[in-house]
Write a protein that binds this ligand. Structure first.
Ligand SMILES: NC(=O)c1ccc[n+]([C@@H]2O[C@H](COP(=O)([O-])OP(=O)(O)OC[C@H]3O[C@@H](n4cnc5c(N)ncnc54)[C@H](O)[C@@H]3O)[C@@H](O)[C@H]2O)c1
Length: 382
């Protein structure tokens, strides 16, 4: 299959993962990058050997088929609309939109022009998450009836170079980290039908300690501790806790409880990790390792080595467009995720249960052969 030519708008923190990740796939080729800050685009272009362009010049380039939108959350919908109006397909970082109504013009414009929209996260395509999906689909824990998802930390202002947007409208742990957990839960269990939550803002300001803005103060506009429940269309009752107000805890990222056992799933913010399964009355044991390429550790991380295959979703979208098939990181699934996250926050504000209007299918599972087809060559551990 021929490679699809890509342009990237937004040359901040996450753009390196895309520029490196695209280099691992035979299905995508990054031609150029753009940013409202020309210096940011020029620096990334130099570092990764691609061209720097003004945003409008990139959008006018007839070679570019998919534009990757890596701007900040508040710019996701307007920049995506601009890309679609220029006649290009869009793949964007999560969240698809920060308000349900923001997504509507993007959906309508793409449909009117016959263009496709794909949206991160793609970590659910990782080896551990696909192994979890396989275990559930094989009936290894029986019928899934409940679960628990938790991601708790003390926020972003101690590491991110530009942390303010995380605490502004469209940020907060639900919009920032919720997509990973909700997407993987939908991958495992299918769509959500109802949510309820308690949402609080523990600290009205946050002190920045990361370079280069250390000493600055952020005013917090969003809830930073959210405890919710998600009822899935299949009946499963799952708790979800997302907080940036916690220094230390002993919670685990994700567990699914079934009629015949429990599945202990690693952090859906990453591609790899160990999946464990516990049958009734037995200890939890690791599920048999499989040779899925998106589990091979390829990147150093402060916590040790990790598997990072960000852009797998983009490569799958490029192939899906050429093959005329469903995109695994599809607009329909991203929209359902936005519906769930916006409804969790609304429930917290209004103190009532919220029925989820949207539904989506589960993405097709990504097995070993499918994953290999997205790569240039089989990865080797770094
Ligand atoms: N940093 C991470 O580890 C990480 C991980 C996963 C996902 N994300 C997501 O990726 C997105 C970007 O995050 P980041 O950390 O790279 O942010 P960042 O602030 O480091 O970079 C964003 C870039 O977008 C540019 N930009 C903003 N508005 C623009 C516009 N209208 N037109 C053109 N350029 C514009 C900014 O100048 C900046 O260079 C966010 O949605 C975030 O949720 C980030």
């Amino acid at each position: 299959m021929r490679p699809t030519t890509i342009g990237i708008i937004g040359c901040g923190n996450i753009s390196d993962a895309y520029l490196r990740g695209a280099g691992r796939s035979r299905l995508v080729r990054v031609k150029s990058v753009a940013d409202i800050r020309a210096d940011a685009a020029e620096a990334k272009a130099r570092e990764h050997g691609v061209a720097a362009m003004a945003v409008d010049a990139l959008l006018a380039d007839p070679d570019i088929e998919i534009v990757v939108n890596l701007t900040v959350p508040a710019a996701h919908a307007p920049v995506s609309l601009h890309i679609i109006e220029a006649g290009k397909h869009v793949y964007l970082e999560k969240p698809l939109a920060t308000r349900f109504a923001e997504a509507k013009p993007v959906i309508e414009a793409a449909a009117a022009r016959g263009l496709r929209v794909g949206c991160a996260p793609d970590t659910f395509l990782g080896a551990a998450h696909q192994a979890s999906r396989y275990a559930i689909d094989e009936g290894r824990i029986g019928v899934p009836v409940a679960g628990a998802a938790a991601v708790l930390s003390h926020g972003m202002e101690h590491w991110h170079p530009n942390p303010a947007f995380f605490y502004q409208h469209g940020g907060g742990p639900i919009h920032d980290l919720g997509p990973y957990y909700v997407t993987q839960l939908v991958n495992l269990l299918g769509p959500v039908s109802r949510v309820a939550a308690e949402a609080t803002t523990s600290f009205r300001t946050r002190a920045i300690t990361s370079a280069p803005l250390a000493g600055g103060t952020i005013t917090v506009e969003v809830p930073t501790t959210v405890n919710g429940t998600l009822t899935f269309a299949n009946g499963a009752n799952v708790t979800l806790s997302h907080s940036w107000d916690v220094w230390k805890h002993r919670r685990v990222p994700l567990e699914i409880y079934g009629s015949e056992g429990s599945l202990l799933v690693p952090d859906p913010n990453f591609f790899g990790g160990e999946v464990k399964l516990a049958r009734p009355g037995k200890k939890a044991r690791p599920v048999k390792a499989w040779a899925h390429p998106f589990g091979i550790e390829n990147q150093k991380h402060p916590a040790g080595m990790m598997a990072n295959y960000r852009t797998a979703g983009l490569a799958d979208m490029a192939a899906a467009i050429l093959e005329g098939r469903d995109i695994r990181c599809s607009l329909e699934r991203a929209l359902h995720g936005v519906d769930v996250m916006v409804s969790i926050l609304r429930s917290g504000a209004e103190k009532k249960f919220i029925d989820i209007k949207t539904r989506c299918t589960r993405a097709e599972a990504l097995g070993i052969r499918d994953a290999k087809s997205l790569l240039k060559k089989q990865p080797v551990p770094a």
